[in-house]
Design a binder for this molecule. Sequence first.
Ligand code: OAD
Length: 261
Amino acid sequence: MPAPAAAAHAKLGRMDAIHRLAARLRRARHILVLTGAGISAESGIATFRDAQDGLWARFRPEDLATPEAFRRDPALVWRWYAWRREQVAAAQPNAAHRALVELAQRRPTTLVTQNVDDLHQRAGSTDAICLHGSIMRSICSVTRLEISADWLAAQTGEPPRSPHHADGLARPGVVWFGENLPADALERAAAAARDCDAVLAIGTSALVYPAAGLPALAQRHGAWFAEINPQPTPLTATADLVVAQAAGLALPAALAAWEDP
Ligand code: OAD
């Protein structure tokens, strides 16, 4: 027998799901939004786990996204992130990023993202909580202090040396596998999960913790939970509403349906 949300998912047509989403968000007191790589897919940025062109289908995370990988071959890791940084810099926020800016103008919203691409901020989200850092920043491999773009521009190394420590190298300002998330960001995200009355998971495979645990934390504190993702995830069966559509369609449609009866 299917879980209740899976049954609802199967029965609901596209516009039914959008109307239910709009109606629930309209009466929300505090919305928590958790985003993942899928929200930037329509900006042309590869996700991690898409079977065809996801980054982890083409590259091994243990070669590129761990502290050990950086110690082993800092130049390889630096160049891989420089390549991704160029793609992100050339991309533009899409309709889903912009819709979340508008949602926050309509209802108190806490935006928590696993993305490192800064597209939420470039769309106009002013206080997004970035659980996995930012690919546009570089930090010292020893002290974790931020390294200015001016310093980096004047250096030649791959990676450049750090100005903050004699043994330090510049490294991307992202969280790697095996590293802790920034404690203040995680605590603010968890506090929002405990306080919100509606939580949306958008464009995340919900496989990487602790981020993937936020919807369940919110649900334990009584929140209603909707997932926006064309593909099922481990959270799908626990959702009160599943909108199996691209975020760039679903979110603007929900805002457009806001006043519908
Ligand atoms: P994934 O690549 O694991 O998942 C992307 C999700 O987005 C999938 O479930 C897709 O079905 C969905 N998706 C694709 N296109 C979409 C669209 N247009 N609208 C809505 N959803 C869409 O990315 P994350 O869940 O973000 O960690 O991955 C989590 C973490 O794993 C990342 O932050 C990164 C990665 O390793 C670090 O870098 C530390």
